[in-house]
Design a protein around this ligand. Sequence first.
Ligand SMILES: NS(=O)(=O)c1cc(F)cc(F)c1
Ligand SMILES: [Zn+2]
Length: 260
Amino acid sequence: QSVWGYDRDNGPDRWHENYPMAKGDKQSPIEINSKDVRHDTSLAPWHASYDPGAAKTILNNGRTCRVVFDDTFDRSVLRGGPLTGAYRLRQLHLHWGSSDDHGSEHVIDGVKYAAELHMVHWNPKHGNFAGALKQPDGVAVVGILLKVGKTPKPEMKRILEEIDNIKTKGKEAPFQHFDPSILFPKSRDYWTYHGSFTTPPCEECITWILLREPIEVSSDQMAKLRSLSKNGENEPVNPLVDNWRPLQPVKGRIVRASFK
Ligand SMILES: NS(=O)(=O)c1cc(F)cc(F)c1
Ligand SMILES: [Zn+2]
């Protein structure tokens, strides 16, 4: 029984065999087509108030690089936008490609970005994260697109500097005193739609808040991400790349924009 992944024998086309939700009609990611987007003037701005002390560790789980936060109380929260109430920051992670011309999960008017960063928050009215997964308003993910450019965002350095300590699957390192809101681009413009986890169990519990403005990383920083291995330290190196899910059918969903 092979655990899910992104290879031929355990990849996105086979996830539905163990995770039936993968064939649902509110799956993510999707392509954002500006011509189909509706500008919703009633959409409020979103606000993140994160406690840098909530950051705990960074780990390589063989499928992504993930930073974990203390979410035992309303310590780092996301409010506003399409959301009702305060959602607690639980973790952030990334998806990226094997080269700079692809790797993001969401695609914007046909454009693929080198990577996509997800900040995962859950609604404490549902008790715990596992309970929130079962609710349509259970989880909110802020998605940030990463593009390769000449003026990389210095704030990304902190995460990428840690990569050397978590090269192989299962490696974890302390990651403290980190406020992820420094990663946000200048503009707060966003698209929002209702969708799912882009990985198993593919539960349809996510209010996506996808930021319109990408942040910049350098090609060297992308190479650093690609130096992570899917395998453990005593196994052959298996580059952790292309951990993105292909586009899923929109199935009539409306994507709203906070901007004109
Ligand atoms: N990629 S994603 O943001 O939909 C996601 C969120 C999550 F909480 C756990 C996952 F495994 C994946
Ligand atoms: Zn993700």
